[in-house]
Design a protein around this ligand. Structure first.
Ligand code: ZN
Length: 369
């Protein structure tokens, strides 16, 4: 009896220490479903954390903050060390006030005040944000700035409409996609102000552009590719076609792209075509099945994190065209039940695994293959 107890105890101790030694080697990234908003949580090998954005506000704030908090708990965190607001749109900062009641946040980063005052963002910036940052610190970031992390090089590449002017190590080649780039209309909104990040862990490189729009992508990537290539692209702007130009996506040549889209936001055919025919691409993963993709422009179901609560027998083949502005659209399919994140686990040699927590489908992308 006593021997058995001793063996069981030893097994537990060994198991626990093996586990923590293993988890300490990886950079983990949670891409959290917030219904077409953004929330991406990075946990470094030494247990430091960076959260980019906090999902939707208003009636959805508790839901989205709760989904983020589930990931925070899964990662074993007791605080968020660094929190970045990419820009002042409600699907990016909306859950922040709620989230800050669930877990302490130690430092806030943003591009400065909004250039597009709207009641919700103005209210938040005047009445809520000052109280949050008073208990922590606020940093207004410029391109080229770093976020101090052990073993990770975290570089700000865009902020407040400006792009980094120097080349990242090994980058600076002419970008062949600039020659055929066609500008879209200028974007006066907060999207163009997005704080974009480039993250390096050993040989593993990630780009997270926020909601950066088409013309700003070209300012960042032309005439020379200042970033080089990437292993993982956390796709900009929910996979909408006012972002995701070839000058960014094709020049980065991501092995894997992950889109944080909603059932009716992102995944339009034009954007999916650019993402799916990107050179060197191995897979695209989507947080949601998007009606805007239909089955024609989407990825196999194994690579989709969430469908919706009342799943139909057959999914629509053709991409859905949303009604013109001002016209009544049918209510969006509900998804208030359990939401599933993608978890990326990256090693220093560049090998990384993406896991779909809905179906436990996982795929490993080996370094140098
Ligand atoms: Zn957005």
């Amino acid at each position: 009896m006593r021997v058995k107890v001793l063996v069981a105890t030893l097994g537990f101790v060994l198991g626990a220490s093996f586990l923590s030694a293993q988890t300490r080697k990886a950079l983990d990234i949670y891409v959290i479903d917030v219904e077409g908003g953004n929330a991406t949580l990075f946990v470094t090998p030494t247990g430091e954390s960076v959260l980019i954005d906090s999902g939707n506000g208003g009636a959805a704030a508790a839901r989205d903050a709760g989904r983020i908090f589930d990931a925070v708990k899964d990662a074993g965190l007791t605080q968020i060390d660094h929190y970045i607001t990419t820009h002042w749109h409600g699907d990016h900062f909306g859950g922040l006030e709620e989230l800050a009641t669930l877990v302490p946040i130690r430092a806030y980063y943003d591009h400065g005040d909004t250039v597009q005052p709207q009641p919700a963002s103005t209210d938040f910036l005047q009445k809520v944000y000052p109280n949050l940052v008073a208990k922590a610190k606020r940093v207004t970031v410029k391109p080229g700035d770093r976020i101090a992390l052990k073993g990770i090089d975290w570089r700000i590449i865009t902020s407040a409409g400006q792009a980094i002017q120097s080349n990242l190590p090994g980058a600076g080649q002419r970008n062949p996609y600039c020659a055929t780039f066609k500008a879209q209309d200028p974007d006066p909104t907060e999207n163009a102000q997005s704080v974009g990040s480039h993250i390096t862990f050993g040989k593993f490189r990630v780009v997270h552009p926020g909601d950066l729009t088409w013309n700003k992508e070209a300012e960042l990537m032309c005439p020379v590719n200042r970033l080089g290539t990437a292993d993982l692209l956390i796709v900009g702007h929910h996979g909408q076609s006012v972002s995701n130009s070839e000058v960014l996506v094709h020049a980065l040549q991501p092995r894997v792209s992950i889109i944080n889209n909603g059932t009716r936001k992102g995944g339009q055919p034009a954007a999916m075509q650019i993402l799916l025919n990107s050179p060197g691409l191995e897979d695209v993963w989507q947080s949601h099945f998007s009606l805007l993709s239909g089955t024609e422009y989407t990825v196999p179901g194994m690579f989709i994190g969430n469908t919706y609560d009342d799943e139909p027998e057959a999914l629509p083949k053709r991409a859905w065209t949303p009604p013109p502005q001002g016209q009544q659209a049918p209510p969006p399919p509900s998804h208030n039940g359990k939401a599933f994140w993608f978890k990326v686990s990256a090693q220093q040699d560049g090998t990384f695994t993406v896991t779909n927590t809905r179906n436990n489908f996982a795929k490993t992308y080996r370094a140098g293959s």
